[in-house]
Design a protein around this ligand. Structure first.
Ligand code: 3PG
Length: 408
């Protein structure tokens, strides 16, 4: 017996279902096209079940953050979903005003409607309890039109945000099939991970990673931490390494000055467990050129780890029994800077360790490299997966549990 409801617990016939998914996709920075549709594909079982059981499905989701380059409307996502489903997905460039409300009211049995980027609503990303979020304009305008709230956004389960938890205070609520699968599979893994375990963090976000690393080491869930990408650059900066103007600018976009103090403390505590790159590939006039850490700062962008680091990281992982990959090792979308990600990910996939992969860009990299079948568990989560692995309670899962008690 699960401590949250699932689709098995409700009659969906002719019901209007508000379905919160995580379609926060990796986009091409130049064209803004969706680079990988894995997160959409993984929600298809839930959507198909809702359609087959004659529900009216209203999808809400976010893409990017206000002010970021990948903060775009959900129109492309609706089209991508339509192509994958082979069934019409209506799109409305509105979240909860009259236009959206009328579209919901006019929805017929079996139809699917996608609303616009929910983060266009300013109150969406505020951190509040479910009861407070339920008083928001978003929830107050939409919940009277729905019979059931279904949350399948495991990748955003660590965010106590309005559309993710607010509806659970006012509507009967259930986990979607993807949410249910992630909770069940990952729950089994964290209870009994095989040791030694190595956690690799990369990609283009680092502020959330600092506390994650500390908890993983404190809990002894992770034995070794390998850093690449922006997290590595942030740790090097905290150690006093000058990276060069362009690289410092990228860091300033993501993190806050206090992050470097936090990193310094973490390094003092766990210096021997945290491994950083010692050489890099930079985007110079000749496309890719390698640079040693002793040659920094550089006027160019550091876009990948270098040859020496690749070998060193493989050696560090050679006795691992569990490897967790979160974030590519470089800007893998650019062919010249795919090497670090390709070599490290291929090494892990072929090594026979229990491998867990999470995060939109990480999953995209795994699929691009054709390694999907060799990875033990591909999670749709990034930050949420890290927190789940740390044993933290995730607000979205807690809200679903509370809703089960509230509406039982
Ligand atoms: C993710 O992709 O990790 C989730 O969609 C959450 O996105 P956020 O970090 O912008 O809140």
């Amino acid at each position: 017996m699960k401590d949250y409801n699932t689709l098995d617990d409700f009659n969906l016939e002719n019901k209007t279902v508000l379905l919160r998914v995580d379609f926060n996709m990796p986009l091409d920075k130049d064209t803004l096209e969706i680079l990988d549709t894995t997160r959409i594909e993984r929600v298809l079982p839930t959507i198909k079940e809702l359609v087959n059981k004659n529900a009216k499905t209203v999808i809400i989701a976010h893409q990017g953050r206000q002010g970021s380059w990948d903060f775009i409307s959900m129109e492309k996502h609706a089209k991508a979903l339509q192509n994958l489903l082979g069934k019409e997905v209506k799109f409305i460039d509105d979240i909860f005003s009259e236009k959206a409300q009328n579209a919901i009211k006019n929805l017929q049995t079996g139809e699917i409607l996608m609303l616009d980027n929910v983060r266009k609503y300013d109150g969406e990303t505020e951190k509040k309890p479910a009861e407070e979020h339920s008083q928001s304009d978003l929830v107050q305008n939409l919940y009277p039109l729905a019979d059931l709230f279904v949350n399948d956004a495991f990748a955003a389960a660590h965010r106590p945000q309005c559309s993710l938890i607010g509806f659970t205070a006012v509507l009967p609520s259930a986990a979607g099939r993807l949410m249910e699968k992630e909770i069940t599979t990952l729950g089994e893994i964290i209870q009994n991970p095989e040791k030694p375990s190595v956690f690799l963090f990369g990609g283009a976000k680092f502020s959330d990673v600092i506390v994650t690393i500390e908890r993983l080491l404190d809990n002894k869930t992770a034995d070794k931490i390998i850093l690449t990408g922006l997290p590595a650059n942030a740790f090097l900066k905290a150690e006093g390494i000058q990276l060069g103007e362009k690289n410092e600018e990228l860091l300033a976009e993501e993190g806050k000055p206090e992050n470097y103090e936090e990193i310094k403390k973490l390094l003092e505590k766990y210096k021997d467990n945290i491994y950083l790159p010692t050489d890099f590939a930079q985007q110079s006039n000749t496309e890719r050129s390698e640079i040693d850490i002793s040659e920094l700062p550089t006027q160019y962008n550091l876009f990948d780890i270098g040859e020496k680091t690749i070998q060193n990281f493989k050696d560090i992982m050679s006795d691992a029994k569990t490897v967790f990959l979160s974030g590519p090792c470089g800007v893998f979308e650019k062919p010249a800077f795919m090497k670090g990600t390709r070599e490290i990910f291929t090494y892990v996939a072929n090594s026979g360790v229990f491998s867990i992969v999470g995060g939109g860009h990480t999953v995209a990299a795994v699929e691009k490299l054709g390694l999907g079948k060799k990875i033990s568990h591909i999670s749709t989560g990034g930050g949420s997966l890290e927190k789940f692995m740390m044993g933290e309670k995730l607000p979205v899962i807690e809200a679903l549990k509370a809703a089960k008690n509230r509406f039982s």
